[in-house]
Design a binder for this molecule. Structure first.
Ligand code: SAM
Length: 223
């Protein structure tokens, strides 16, 4: 795919400057609240490790998976306390039978087959396990995420930088074949919305149900 390598190189290099914000920290804390204390944590699509860092500080993370070499290099450079880092994608991931808390933050809106990936996550999480998936809300856009970051305490400069960077990242991502969207998750698994831009979903053996209606009119979310 044209520009794929370039996109991921640029995205990995700029990711923490764009996303290492209080908004991300709030999402990580919310995810931790929903992660049952007795389940070993596996994170998929760990990226540069911003969520992994918060998970590993609080819980035993047995595996953090990140298929993209550029993103994984930044994750490894953080030297986080996780049992292992692997290059597995959701589609490749194999775990020994057992119950796990499998966490996917801002991943499912980027995969080619989100329903298939969700099914795969539910299959590996075990009968007493839990999947926690965070995806952009239908309303999330570059502008609304920048606003949510501002409300969560980011400086104006930082929010402007976020918006400016997406003027480049948006077209580069399109060239790389990314079409961010996620229709795989339904209101039945939705338990919370952070900053109006991030949906927290729980699925699996111990899933709870809460269902604010999903609104129509999805905008293109940031990558
Ligand atoms: C927007 S980043 C999110 C990174 C991290 N979870 C966070 O919230 O900071 C999405 C990540 O998902 C990874 N990814 C994309 N497709 C994937 C797949 N099929 N399986 C696992 N990870 C995938 C990408 O390589 C990228 O690092």
């Amino acid at each position: 795919m044209m520009g794929r390598g370039l996109f991921w190189r640029v995205y990995a290099a700029s990711y923490d400057a764009l996303w290492d914000t209080e908004l991300t920290a709030i999402v990580a804390r919310r995810v931790l609240e929903e992660a049952p204390g007795d389940l070993p944590v596996v994170e998929v699509g760990a990226g540069t490790g911003l969520i992994t860092r918060e998970l590993a500080a609080a819980r035993r993370v047995i595996q953090a998976c990140e298929p993209n070499a550029h993103m994984r290099a930044h994750l490894l450079a953080k030297g986080l306390k996780v049992d292992r880092v692997t290059s597995e994608s959701i589609e490749d991931l194999r775990l020994p039978p057992g119950d796990y808390c499998v966490i996917a933050v801002n991943v499912l809106h980027l995969v080619a087959d989100a329903p298939g990936c969700l099914e795969r996550l539910l299959a590996i999480t075990g009968p007493g396990g839990r999947v926690i998936a965070v995806v952009p809300t239908p309303q999330a856009s570059v502008r609304s995420v920048a606003r949510a970051q501002r409300v969560a305490g980011a400086s104006t400069t930082r929010c402007l930088r976020f918006r400016a960077a997406h003027l480049l990242l948006g077209p580069l991502g399109m060239l790389a074949g990314l079409r961010p969207r996620c229709e795989a998750l339904t209101p039945e698994s939705l338990v919370d919305v952070v900053g109006g831009v991030q949906e927290i979903h729980l699925l699996g053996g111990v899933a709870r149900v809460a269902a604010p209606a999903r609104e129509r009119g999805r905008k293109r979310p940031p990558l």
